[in-house]
Design a protein around this ligand. Structure first.
Ligand code: KIV
Ligand code: ZN
Length: 385
């Protein structure tokens, strides 16, 4: 099994979600939970961007010792100095420097020629390397960059001391096959590529962040950059829990695993949702409220006989105590009987039949049937006897 390292950027790219502004102590609480979850790297922030970010990275570096702590820097000495200073007390620090490499970004954002971009990137990595053994280099907008230009850049930044090469799909533009092929191309054409780790970083603008990340894993990357609940700029980043659980459930297919304690998944998701104020959609894979809820009679009957009929993920795996039998208009007698047992109702067959009819009537008037509704109906059904 290949080990895939989890680089969590909830506190940096995730915090760039519109409307999210975490307090320093909330960031620390999330960082401690990420460490408990077992992520390998926490990108704690972008120290040059604000005093608050600097202090949050510094505090996390001081207190969270079981994972690598990374800070982001543009390719300037000022930004790199800020990361160096914020990470002084980290047990395992990483400076993460980036520069945009696509024609549109170089021309319209950086106002640099490709040659100037290359020299700036190499100088930044060389400068960062003076302070930190572990230097990650990212080619922003890599998926809209020229592949041969990337090969040239990557070869040079590795020679300058980069230890991790990240090729972000910054605008969520790539497709699974194309993204996998980009990594294959780089592995084939960069002569010193064996000296570094390759990393994938995807955004979800076309809803493909998770599948693009999985495709990069198949193409040989050993680090993936993700956020809890997939929060992040615009449509968000690759969702940590979806990648982690996909690798765990389809180990046979991906032949790769993470070091995560998956039973911390729900707790981590709920904490991030609560502190960021970003609700998790009920139908979200793995962590949505409905991800383990069965409503239709056929499904409920199957799951009550053997959960594996309709559940590929056991709820306990991600830290839930059980699945949910949602009681609604699609539910059948089997599920209602289980609900009665759970509520401690003892009904004879006639009473149960009356209750079932009353319950079906109620589903015509009400979307969600609560435990209190069932209790009230059961009382009526037994008093009719
Ligand atoms: O999406 C992106 O390109 C980034 C980089 C700064 C790593 O977040
Ligand atoms: Zn990003």
């Amino acid at each position: 099994m290949r080990k895939i390292e989890i680089f969590d950027t909830t506190l940096r790219d995730g915090e760039q979600s519109a409307g999210v502004n975490l307090h320093i102590h909330e960031k620390l609480e999330i960082a401690h939970q990420l460490a408990r979850y077992g992520v390998d790297v926490i990108e704690a922030g972008f120290p040059a961007s604000s005093r608050g970010d600097f202090e949050a990275v510094q505090l996390i570096a001081r207190q969270v010792k079981s994972c690598t702590i990374a800070g982001l820097a543009r390719s300037t000495e000022r930004d790199i100095d800020a990361v160096r200073d914020a990470l002084r007390e980290a047990a395992s620090p990483r400076i993460h420097v980036f520069i945009a490499t696509s024609p549109i970004h170089m021309k319209h954002k950086l106002n640099l020629t490709p040659e100037e971009t290359l020299e700036t990137a190499v100088a930044a990595v060389r400068y960062a390397k003076r302070f930190c053994a572990d230097v990650e280099w990212s080619a922003e907008d890599a998926t809209r960059s020229d592949w041969d230009f990337l090969v040239k850049l990557i070869t040079r930044v590795i020679d300058a001391g980069a230890t991790v090469i990240n090729l972000p799909d910054t605008v969520g533009y790539t497709t699974p096959e194309e993204y996998g092929n980009l990594f294959r191309y780089v592995r084939e054409h960069v002569p010193n590529i064996d000296r570094v780790k390759l990393s994938a970083h995807c955004h979800d603008d076309l809803g493909m962040a998770v599948i693009n990340t999985l495709s990069a894993i198949q193409a040989g990357v050993s680090q993936v950059e993700v956020t809890v609940n997939g929060i992040g700029e615009r449509a968000g980043n690759t969702s940590l829990e979806e990648v982690a659980v996909a690798l765990a459930i389809r180990k046979d297919y991906f032949q790769a695993e993470t070091g995560l304690h998956l039973e911390q998944t729900i707790r981590t998701s709920r904490l991030v949702s609560k502190l960021t104020g970003m609700a998790v959609p009920p139908n979200k894979a793995v962590v949505g409220a409905n991800a383990f809820a069965h409503e239709s009679g056929i499904h409920q009957d199957g799951v009550l006989k053997n959960p594996l009929t309709y559940e590929i993920i056991r709820p306990e795996m991600i830290g839930l105590t059980s699945n949910v039998m949602a009681i609604g208009k699609h539910s059948g007698r089997h599920a209602l009987r289980e609900k009665c047992k759970e509520l401690g109702l003892q009904l004879d067959e006639q009473e149960f039949n009356r209750l079932f009819r009353a319950f079906k009537d109620l589903t015509g008037k009400k979307k969600e049937i609560t435990d209190d509704d069932i209790l009230a109906l059961a009382l009526e059904s037994s008093s009719e006897a």
